[in-house]
Design a protein around this ligand. Sequence first.
Ligand code: EPU
Length: 422
Amino acid sequence: MSRLLIEGGQPLAGEVEISRAKNAVLPILAACLVTPEECEIRGVPLLRDVEVMISLIRTLGGKVEAQPDGDFSQSIRVSCRSLEPAELGDGLTRQMRSSIFIMGALLGRIGQVRLAHPGGCTIGHRPVNMHLEGLRCLGAEIEEEHGFIMAQAPGGLTGGKVHLDYPSVGATENVMLGAALARGVTTIHNAAKEPEIVDLQRFLRQLGVRVVGAGTGTIRIEGGGDLGGAVYTPIPDRIEAGTFAVLAAATGGRVRLYGAHPHHLEVVLAKLQVAGAQVSGRGSQLEIVGPRRPGPCDLKTQPYPGFPTDMQNQFLALLCRSTGISIVKETIFENRFKVADEFRRMGADVRVEDRLAIVRGVPRLTGATVDGDDLRGAAALVIAGLSAEGETVLESPEHLDRGYAGLMEKLDRLGASIRRDG
Ligand code: EPU
């Protein structure tokens, strides 16, 4: 069993190159299924979720070749000239919930898909009803039986009006992928506005799909044309950038981020300033200087452009050592306060009541053995460990491999005392 050994208490200082966004890369790789022509995606971070997506594409008959193109990234060529209606079993869909959003692409391309229900996960129930309802609006016939989702569109998908009950990122992407090959016009109302949706639109346009509106609540897609290939580099990872920014603030350090898009991080940077960090920068560079001890700060997670749920746990780690009381409200995933139990082992004073966490800052955290139950929870525990006194042992660090490319090397360059054992 592997674990991370973290020696805390040192301010981190130096530079970090931000990787391309996991949550942009995954739907873009799935989008390669909609065209028979070759696509090349550059700067793809070396992550386990990316490997799972590659396995999915290969299982369906797509050809995938990967070549290193950076310290922690690869260029991936995907060619899906012909696809097979293979069954996607539990082994793949349980490893990565995002497997669900290849449904739209496959229904559009081969008119059928059969995949194991991805089920819930540690951060919440994560139902897929909106994905299914959205694709039904494009004419898909969908049944759920024996743990499988079976969908077909024998005569192909047709454009339609989709009204999402909530601006779900994955459901918006899934419907965009289905609509890319559907005959006629699809409109998605109450669409998610995340930067990753805008990036998917940009990629689909390069393939030749006529799509407008991403980044607003209404997306319009005119599907059905012949699609080509593309060479594409996805946007930088705003959650990785945010995680390093919080790390700088929590350790009282000075960290410069390269290759970030600061306008995707506005609310995160604003909250860091409330907590006493100095934030400056120009273009794609950002410098964060942490306070000796952070101040309190209230926050509430919301869909973009609100405060991202994927940054909530990292902020909680920061606020554990603040000079006052902070109230954090999680509105998106019901189990995203599980990490609070681990913070308490480190001496934090965090009380969780349903969707609220009340954090009473303490002067110091102390190292302990903790378990990161999911990707962002584990990242938050790395932050807590690096800002605590003494040694923290993080069990199950493999969650970090799903979303932070080259994390150990990047932390090492910032002077962190951290090593992986096993
Ligand atoms: N929801 C439903 N029904 C659906 C779909 C979603 O009720 O059919 C609910 C969810 O249970 C949740 C809310 O809607 O309460 C929002 O979920 P959403 O669909 O927006 O999330 P997602 O697409 O499953 C993506 C990211 C997550 C990120 C969320 C929210 C990817 C691959 N994943 O998930 O990223 O937390 O959006 O921003 O893009 C992570 O990177 O650690 C991560 C979990």
